[in-house]
Design a protein around this ligand. Structure first.
Ligand code: ADP
Length: 278
């Protein structure tokens, strides 16, 4: 990673000058949390960005691990202090997903890559051709109002461990070309911080609904919900719904076979396609 170029881009695109680079760290979300503990109350804290060439203990939701091999991905955490109540923080994941998917698609268009289209797998993954290219983990830090949004993107990876081979992909694998990680980071963070500003002003996600639902991989398709108190674990008929997109709180609207609608919140359940991950 060319850290000087990235610093210049971040300053020019989003006026962020507080950037922490690591050749290796356990998890950039953990670095952001530690930074808040050490600097809370000072103006130094946000917004800032933590970027590592490799993570030795990258995490997904529910303590799952996130593979972050050296020099071929974007492993970063954006730290901010949005003026939002705690129950609206999950909206940051929604915004980060849209920021990543839109950035990838705009870069593909600029590079005349026509066979690549990133879609959102609600709530926190980005997929290309049904395989995961990005994962997002947003966390509220302790008793503070700081939020850390961890974003992992498989950029120039050519291979994956056996357990991820069927499920994961990278921008290089899908396009056949090497992608510029510095520019991708700068545009993702610019889009995300613009979205967060708008979210703070509007208090809901109405302003991105159309764009988001257009990129939602499950839109108007059958989905199965896994987990959640009222959800059947079996892939039975009662457990199959049609996804109707998100509402302005970021919850997913699902419709059962009788046409009854309900919403499910991020964190409550996992969504799968009827034949697998998407
Ligand atoms: P999900 O959204 O699929 O329920 P998480 O968001 O918690 O899961 O992400 C963690 C999961 O993602 C891991 O259990 C693993 O299956 C998968 N995974 C881990 N590292 C990567 C990676 N670099 N690329 C794609 N998928 C990954």
């Amino acid at each position: 990673m060319d850290t000087r170029t990235l610093s210049t881009l971040l300053e020019n695109y989003c006026h962020i000058t507080n950037i922490h680079y690591y050749d290796e760290t356990d998890s950039t979300n953990l670095r952001a949390k530690q930074y808040v503990q050490e600097n809370d109350g000072t103006s130094a804290c946000s917004p800032c960005l933590f970027v590592s060439e490799v993570q030795t203990a990258g995490r997904g939701r529910l303590g799952r691990s996130w593979e972050s091999p050296p020099n071929e991905g974007i492993w970063m955490s954006f730290l901010c202090k949005p003026n939002l109540p705690p129950n609206q923080i999950s909206g940051v994941t929604i915004l980060a997903g849209l920021a990543v998917a839109k950035t990838i698609n705009s870069f593909a268009l600029k590079q005349s890559i026509h066979n690549l289209y990133a879609e959102i797998k609600w709530p926190n993954d980005i997929v290309i051709n049904k395989k995961k290219v990005c994962g997002i983990l947003t966390e509220l830090i302790g008793n503070t109002s700081y939020v850390v949004c961890g974003i992992g993107v498989n950029v120039n990876s050519l291979s994956f461990p056996e357990n991820l081979f069927q499920k994961a992909t990278s921008l290089l694998k899908e396009s056949g070309v090497v992608w510029n990680r510095e520019k991708l980071i700068a545009v993702i963070i610019k889009n995300l911080s613009d979205y967060i500003n708008s979210y703070e002003k509007s208090g809901d996600l109405d302003f991105i609904l159309y764009d988001y639902n257009k990129l939602l991989v499950s839109m108007d398709k059958e989905v199965v919900l896994i987990g959640g108190t009222n959800i059947n674990e079996k892939n039975s008929d009662e457990n199959i719904y049609i996804s109707k997109g998100i509402d302005k709180t970021g919850a997913l609207i699902i419709e059962d076979s009788k046409g009854n609608r309900q919403t499910v919140s991020t964190g409550e359940v996992s969504v799968r396609g009827i034949n697998g991950y998407v």
